[in-house]
Design a protein around this ligand. Structure first.
Ligand SMILES: O=C(O)c1ccccc1NCC(=O)[C@H](O)[C@H](O)COP(=O)(O)O
Length: 205
């Protein structure tokens, strides 16, 4: 079954929605973003989460000491990096599970996948001026010929209830990641989240 990550939780209502709908992962954005949360706010939200839902912290070219400090305050299961982090930077977090985001717009971008053989890769749209959470899909056909069996692939970028089944059929990712596609006016929307999760669970696997 394709796993589901809902990214960008920032309100107690968002926690109530995911506790009911039970995606596999939720994300807290600690990078520059309209969805940014402080470590204290994320810790409070995380304390109310169903413990079966894994917590992912999102960072962009952050000082590793700041990442470590946030991971001490918030019980993060996974660190997700959306900047220019090198393999050595990622290795500095030891055994912690890491997801490395790669922005994709061209076939050349696919070549970056080989740089990170150890990590789960999150393939996202490359959008000028945004590190993630843009709500824009990339051309999934760019992945034809890519080594999608190299390890876990998380598909992100502009997924929504209307396109997620097609995305799963085409890419067969380990997980799908959504943020903008389950929002209305910049806030998480219960009905969209519910429909998105239903579409994933009903998609032929
Ligand atoms: O969501 C953000 O605002 C964000 C900002 C900076 C770096 C990463 C960010 N999000 C990371 C995610 O995992 C998003 O879910 C992913 O980029 C997909 O977002 P969307 O296209 O809005 O579904």
């Amino acid at each position: 079954m394709t796993k589901i990550k809902v990214c960008g939780l920032r309100r107690p209502e968002d926690v109530a929605y995911v506790n009911e709908l039970k995606p596999d992962y939720v994300g807290f954005v600690f990078a520059e973003s309209k969805r940014r949360v402080t470590a204290a706010a994320a810790a409070k939200l995380a304390s109310g989460l169903d413990p079966a839902i894994k917590k992912v912290g999102i960072f962009v070219d952050e000082d590793p000491e700041v990442v470590r400090s946030i991971a001490e305050q918030v019980p993060l299961d996974i660190l997700q990096f959306h900047g220019h982090e090198s393999p050595a930077y990622l290795e500095s977090f030891g055994d912690k599970e890491i997801w490395k985001a790669l922005p994709i717009a061209t076939k050349e971008d696919i070549g970056q996948m080989a740089r990170y053989p150890q990590n789960t890769l999150l393939l996202d749209a490359k959008v000028s001026g945004a590190s993630g959470g843009s709500g824009v899909p990339f051309d999934w056909d760019l992945l034809s010929g890519a080594d999608l069996d190299r390890g876990r692939i998380v598909l992100a970028g502009g997924l929504n209830p209307d396109n997620v089944a097609q995305a799963i059929e085409k890419v067969r990712p380990f997980a799908v990641d959504v943020s903008s596609g389950v929002e209305t006016d910049g806030f998480k929307d219960y009905q969209k989240m519910k429909t998105f999760i239903e579409k994933v669970r009903l998609a032929p696997q």
